[in-house]
Write a protein that binds this ligand. Structure first.
Ligand SMILES: [Ca+2]
Ligand SMILES: [Ca+2]
Ligand SMILES: [Ca+2]
Ligand SMILES: [Ca+2]
Length: 847
């Protein structure tokens, strides 16, 4: 064994041992919890513990408790309370945090309490075909003349003219080899919240390059004068999606209902989703992306609300895969080889003789332990296995399906299936027309997907590398000119994708040099929020107001996203706050030239411009800044490279389409120059078409993806850029019924290396740790069990227990956090079979 492998194996063994110890510790706690509660003896529990997720030292155990006997209809309920609504605390000083629990209805048994800032609790229980969702009471807040209703961990549907209400996206795994006969959503207890509420109506999404006058949508009178409940349904079915061979049903649940005429509001405390499924008897001609790998299973467990169904996909069903449901992929690559990462480029660029080459990137990745190889477009095109014949589910009825993009995607499917790849770098530009200048023939073509008709021209065809990442289906079932219409989409990716939009040896060298330099450095904990004047009215007048939601996270518009950790130095450059409301471009140039690490931007843009910068080396009439011969990007001088995430329009149009001119530009887009020039960025995520804002609101389509991107990086520890970009999409999967969400889903492409990690070391937020940690730690016992706090033990009806933690606020000044105290009891309420789970929330601000 070579020493490198040995080192890795030892590291893996140590990791496994640590995981195992953690598992044993957790199992002991669970077992103890179970034994104590069994003594309550009101009914008989079945307890099954499943080790669900062991990955990178993070472990989660799913506990499924079900009762064998119909429970006594009068069992205990937990009623949490908080001592104060919000608290201001001083940095690096201890403060007391208190909350309490009251046992009502009947006896509650032993209770546990966990203090937990801003962590995500799913609030879901499930048994075989039945998944139940629990909703805490909606927050109703007066803003101007409207009442704003939000639910923690629910998104909001925002249809122009219609009331804005929360929805929760349910993700339900369909048992292997089965299809859905019927879906039943059963509403639980209905709670009246009061009357005379005035719920605001939704506004239109607007392209971020829009500079006209605001046209506000009035309330839809037929809805607002109606005495009927809105939305008038409990759920809507979004889609059935496939992820690595696992079929997932996507539903949106509507727990809050509104009667506009009387202003009455109701909500359902819980909703049960019952699916009836039946075995598929006829053989499908569609191949499957099922590999049966533990990492695929872990990924699915992390997504779906009913993970116990996962067992139907393992064991015997792997062997049955040809018998029911689907056929396996043809094997063209040697399955005895395995790679994490493949670079696809052409012969010329593979053999380019710049200072840095793709070969250097391969060696670098391999040294890091990411097994990497190169495959050329020529090799793919010369391999008849990838020709269009339906083997790979590519469809074949029309010539367009047999193009280079289809062949490349077939190769990626093969490499995914037989090599086990996780990352793909498309090593070449995807210009769409050879109009001279830098816009030559494409090296790796782009597939352009369709979401909505906005401009009725090429601008409606969205260059999307999601096509190469999401490998199920063929993306165009009805064989028309529109790819990726609803029902043709594959929204869960099988591999993570990035593009190096290079055309020459020099550009390959620049891209590889910057990628290796960044990955080899310790990233600075520093970021800039860049906002421009938008003029969309109210809070939407300035990009800075959108960016503020990203700095330290936000619960605005219903959903929660985590922001930059407290030890990051986040600065702002906002037109909103700048004297005269228009910062000069010299500011952004000096930020980049001073070697900043991260830029997050919202403002106007076009193919050749972004962040008030212009890059148009070739004279191009009709395009914004096209006649300037400006080279703001090519002239940058930084030698530590930046990552830029921008919501702006068209800056990432790597097919070179220019909306202003109505033609392809001769010079490459500004995003391409950022990553292929000598300095500037090592990676950017920018839109290939319009970014989407919203009149009078920050609940805009592009903002949802931006917030979820940083939430992936800092909230979920998904730090590889390609993975985080995909995660930001999958978190918006329920919103895909809005064509503008679909638009953004397709257009947010990564120009950069998908495997590059944005953060090297990261402390995961979650339960407040004891004795040290940031942004908070506590000197008190956490979690607290009946064993270490007697008032939590065997709680009787009307007993209360107030808990206090001594907490040190070590996080950044000016940040505000939601504090959750999660109380668990094993005593169930009347007709439900779940662990009772209640929580209370307050906010803590550090000053
Ligand atoms: Ca998929
Ligand atoms: Ca080009
Ligand atoms: Ca179509
Ligand atoms: Ca290009």
């Amino acid at each position: 064994m070579d020493p490198k492998n040995m080192k890795r194996n030892i590291k893996e063994m140590v990791n496994k041992a640590a995981n195992f110890l953690m598992m044993v510790f957790n199992l002991l706690l669970v077992e103890k919890f179970y034994k104590i509660n069994k003594k309550i003896n009101k009914f008989d529990f079945n307890l099954s513990i499943r080790l669900a997720y062991v990955f990178a030292g993070f472990l989660l155990i799913l506990i499924v408790i079900s009762d064998n006997v119909i429970a006594d209809p009068t069992l205990g309920c937990l009623q949490p309370y908080i001592i104060s609504d919000s608290t201001n605390v001083s940095q690096n000083q201890f403060f007391s945090f208190s909350s309490g629990i009251k046992c009502v209805c009947d006896d509650c048994g032993d209770v546990t309490a966990i203090l937990d800032p801003e962590t995500y609790s799913k609030h879901v229980t499930s048994s075989e075909n039945h998944t139940t969702y629990y909703f805490s009471e909606p927050h109703i807040k007066k803003e101007d003349k409207y009442d704003v209703v939000t639910l923690p961990e629910a998104d909001e549907f925002d249809i122009p003219g219609e009331p804005i209400l929360p929805f929760k996206t349910a993700k339900i795994l369909i048992p292997y080899g089965e299809h859905i006969n019927s879906i039943n959503v059963i509403a639980g207890d209905k709670l009246y919240l009061g009357k005379n509420f005035s719920i605001e109506h939704g506004q239109m999404s607007v392209p971020l390059s829009f500079k006209g006058t605001i046209e506000l949508t009035p309330p839809n009178q037929s809805i607002y004068n109606s005495a009927e409940e809105y939305p008038g349904k409990l759920y809507s079915q979004v889609s059935v999606q496939e992820m690595r061979g696992y079929k997932i049903l996507i539903l949106n649940l509507y727990p809050v209902h509104y009667i506009p005429k009387t202003g009455e509001l109701y909500y359902y405390k819980n909703m049960g989703v019952l699916i009836d499924t039946q075995q598929i008897l006829t053989l499908s001609s569609e191949p499957t992306s099922f590999r049966g790998l533990p990492k695929d299973e872990n990924k699915v467990i992390g997504i779906v609300d009913n993970p116990q169904i996962i067992d139907t996909y393992t064991g015997n069903s792997v062997g049955n895969i040809t018998a029911i449901g689907s056929i396996p992929l043809q094997i063209s690559l040697n399955p005895l080889e395995s790679y994490n990462y493949v670079i696809i480029t052409n012969n010329e660029l593979k053999n380019a003789k710049g200072n840095y080459t793709f070969q250097d990137l391969v060696e670098w990745k391999n040294r890091k332990g990411v097994k990497t190889t190169i495959v050329t477009v020529e090799e793919i095109m010369n391999n008849s296995a990838y020709h269009c014949d339906g083997t790979f589910g590519d469809g074949c009825a029309i010539l367009e399906f047999n193009d280079t993009a289809a062949h490349i995607r077939n190769f990626i499917k093969d490499a995914y299936q037989n090599w086990g790849i996780e990352y793909v770098l498309l090593g070449g530009d995807g210009d769409y027309a050879n109009v001279g200048g830098e816009s030559g023939n494409n090296i790796i073509p782009t597939r352009r997907l369709w979401a909505d008709s906005v401009d009725w021209d090429v601008g409606d065809l969205i260059p999307s590398d999601l096509y190469y990442a999401a490998l199920d289906g063929n993306w165009n079932n009805n064989l028309n000119e529109k790819w990726g219409e609803p029902g043709e989409d594959d929204l869960y990716a099988e591999v993570y994708i990035g593009r190096a939009p290079v055309d020459s040896a020099q550009e390959v060298s620049n891209f590889v040099k910057k990628t290796i330099a960044y990955e080899g450095s310790e990233p600075k904990k520093e970021a800039w929020m860049i906002g421009e004047y938008l003029g969309f009215g109210g809070i939407a007048d300035y990009g800075g107001s959108y960016k503020d939601e990203i700095i330290s996270g936000s619960t605005n518009n219903g959903y929660t996203t985590v922001g930059f950790p407290g030890d990051y130095n986040v600065s702002t450059l906002y037109d909103r706050d700048w004297p005269g409301h228009n910062w000069p471009k010299s500011e952004i140039i000096s930020i980049i030239n001073n070697n900043t690490h991260i830029i997050n931007h919202l403002g106007h843009g076009s193919t050749l411009s972004a962040m008030k910068l212009c890059n148009a080396p070739i004279y191009q009439s009709g395009s914004y800044c096209g006649t300037s011969r400006n080279r703001d990007i090519d002239n940058l001088t930084n030698d530590e490279y930046v990552f830029i995430y921008s919501q702006t329009c068209y800056a990432g149009a790597f097919d070179n389409w220019n909306h202003d001119a109505g033609r392809y530009t001769k010079s490459d887009s500004i995003a391409e120059h950022l990553v292929t020039s000598e300095h500037g960025a090592f990676a950017v995520i920018m839109n290939s078409r319009y970014g989407w804002g919203k009149f009078h609101s920050t609940d805009a389509p592009s903002q949802k993806f931006d917030r979820q991107f940083w939430d992936a990086v800092f909230g979920k520890n998904i730090t590889n850029i390609g993975k985080a970009n995909q995660d930001s999409k999958e978190d918006n999967i329920g919103g895909i019924t809005d064509p503008k969400i679909r638009w953004v889903y397709y257009e947010t492409n990564l120009l950069g290396d998908p495997e590059t990690s944005l953060v090297e070391h990261f402390v995961r937020k979650g339960t407040i740790p004891m004795f040290n940690g940031t942004p908070f730690h506590t000197n008190s016992q956490n979690p607290r069990y009946s064993a270490n706090l007697s008032c939590l033990k065997n709680m009787q009806k009307n007993n209360t227990c107030t808990l206090t933690w001594q907490v040190n606020a070590t996080g950044k000044m000016g940040t505000t956090w939601k504090f959750f105290t999660i109380y668990n009891s094993t005593v169930v309420s009347s007709n439900e079979t779940q662990m009772d789970l209640e929580m209370c929330v307050t906010t803590v601000s550090i000053y």
